[in-house]
Design a binder for this molecule. Structure first.
Ligand code: NAD
Length: 365
């Protein structure tokens, strides 16, 4: 019995619609254990730009600092696309949040139920039992955070450069997350790099090899170059169990994984760091893999499953409530597999609304 204290950043587009669903499911799922939800809803993204003139107001950051976790919706949309890049909702809200809470590990389960194989662009015979893999992406290092500049070459031509840098400690801490994740699953990890070309990848591979030898001797470690990994993921995703990689490769591969797993409406994620919350668990930010889906926003038809499953990850990692998290995950699966489907995963079934999908999940808890 505890009070679960988190900050709700619903954001823009379908964010507030699916967040509503996640909060309802959380409330119902936590009640039997006597756990109470205590959350503050704050503005972020485009909504915050409209209200406060910035995507991540200091007041929102302050509330996040007081909480044990952040449940995030998604941010952005056509209304804010003409702003300068560094003012745009995603860049000006998500990147500073990741930085402020040192959220260096993004864990994204790639789960496709066997009953939903139609949702994947892959042929069903390649994934007869669905997909069940995990992508772990390093989130606060590499080329997105290195020094960048645009400058004049001596011959007068304009050039630009971005710097990719990784320290041993940054590689070791993401290797630790990958190792722990593998230990809780099939004890197989694939480390993805470009060690035939990049110095950072040579260091990555050496560090990962030594780290696993010392700390995870039971885990089977393999390596792939990123270009091959992109092909293997499309050819036979279940050859992976857990794969992990640096920031930019992970950005691309995690989206490839999202598409082969069917709808973005089903995929959740957790971003974790080393910061402990007041319960001694990991502080984390939990969000769906998809964006604000402007094409369906406001219509009440968005799939709430990704947001609900993100809330389940929050219970597991930041609140130590693995059982409640499993109950939610099973309820989502039962509801979807019983044929209750929003339009993105309907495939011949009569599509239901966000509210009806949420209700079916609650009934299956
Ligand atoms: P998107 O993920 O919003 O939408 C892509 C497609 O997936 C759309 O057809 C959409 O309807 C569908 N989709 C996504 N989530 C769904 C759900 N829950 N249920 C049903 N269908 C769903 O990607 P986009 O169109 O490239 O981006 C739209 C906006 O979202 C942009 O402003 C982008 O910057 C922003 N974005 C934000 C985040 C984030 O906040 N983390 C992530 C990605 C994109």
């Amino acid at each position: 019995m505890a009070t679960l204290k988190f900050t709700v950043l619903a954001g823009d587009g379908i964010g507030p619609e699916v967040m509503q669903s996640a909060l309802e499911v959380l409330r119902k799922a936590c009640a039997p254990e006597g756990d109470e939800l205590s959350y503050t809803e704050c503005a972020v993204g485009g909504a915050a730009i409209d209200k406060f003139g910035e995507a991540l107001p200091e007041s929102t950051l302050q509330e996040c600092r007081k909480a044990d976790a952040i449940l995030f919706g998604s941010v952005g949309g056509p209304k804010w696309e003409s702003l300068p890049p560094n003012k745009q909702p995603e860049r000006a809200a998500l990147l500073p949040l990741r930085k402020a809470f040192k959220l260096f590990a993004n864990i994204r389960p790639g789960l496709l139920y066997p009953e939903l194989t139609d949702a994947s662009p892959l042929k069903t015979e390649r994934i007869p039992n669905g997909i069940d893999i995990v992508c772990i992406r390093e989130l606060t290092g590499g080329i997105y955070f290195g020094e960048k500049k645009t400058y004049q070459k001596p011959d007068g031509e304009t050039a630009a450069c971005d710097t990719m840098e990784y320290k041993v400690s940054e590689i070791e801490r993401i290797a630790e997350v990958a190792g722990q994740t593998a230990m809780a699953r099939g004890k197989r990890v694939c480390s993805i790099d470009k060690a035939n070309v990049l110095e950072t990848s040579v260091l990555w591979r050496k560090t990962v090899t030594e780290y696993f030898k010392k700390h995870f001797p039971e885990v089977e470690l393999s390596y792939l170059y990123v270009d091959n990994a992109a092909m293997q993921l499309a050819r036979d995703p279940n050859q992976f169990d857990v794969f992990f990689t640096e920031n930019m490769f992970g950005d691309i591969l995690s989206d490839e994984m999202a598409v082969i797993c069917g709808s973005l409406g089903m995929l959740c994620s957790a971003s974790l760091g080393d910061i402990k919350n007041s319960l001694g668990n990991k502080f984390g930010l939990y969000e769906p893999a998809g964006g604000t889906a402007p094409d369906i926003a406001g219509k009440g038809i968005a799939n709430p499953c990704a947001q609900i499953l993100s809330a389940a990850m929050m219970l597991r990692y930041s609140f130590g409530r693995a059982q409640t998290a499993s109950r939610i995950e099973k309820a989502v699966r039962r509801a979807v597999c019983s044929g209750v489907r929003t339009a993105d995963i309907a495939f011949g079934k009569k599509p239901v609304s966000t509210k009806e999908m949420t209700q079916a999940i609650i009934e299956n808890l």
